[in-house]
Design a protein around this ligand. Sequence first.
Ligand SMILES: [Ca+2]
Ligand SMILES: [Ca+2]
Length: 200
Amino acid sequence: MANSSELGFDPATTGGPTPTPTPGSVLYDQYDNFATEEPVNIPSQDFEEALDFFDSQAADDFIVPAGQTWQVTEVDVLGEYDASGPAESFHVFFYENGAGDLPGSLVASRLESPYTGSSDFLITLTQPVTLPEGHYWVSVQARQDVITSGFWLWHNRTVQSNASAAWQNPGNAFATGCIVWIQHAGFLSPVWLRSRHLYA
Ligand SMILES: [Ca+2]
Ligand SMILES: [Ca+2]
């Protein structure tokens, strides 16, 4: 039931990092057009409790085509550490498309999900997320203490697919004023995201 037209990622032709092979079908793929100039990446991290005001989230949108129902078991993103890392785990959130083409109501979350990789992060949803046709947002957030492990940064993408990516930092530690979801086109370019959604 895979949508083979979206099997678009080929490291031999894009020059990107070699993805780890995984079983199953790629349901959505925007893992390309990697940013090489500033802004290269964006924090999306659940910091330790003492520094919760740094907690930040990036998100990007995708569309489940009419008539399809996806069973999402894995989300892949390109990211990087500014220091040693590693992340303890990754939170993954799915939202409905809300007003203004921003993340709306939460559809599902998979907190503290296991992952592999140190730049090509492959995050396993141990309980699959079922998404009927519609317009959604996915957010990936590293659970990582900054004092011991530094920042985790989600790599940017230079081409926008669907709506612009979104970002928020409710505690405003980054002094951007983005205390609720805001599109960051032209400031923080669309997040580079590969969502390798697999049918169960
Ligand atoms: Ca936190
Ligand atoms: Ca988008």
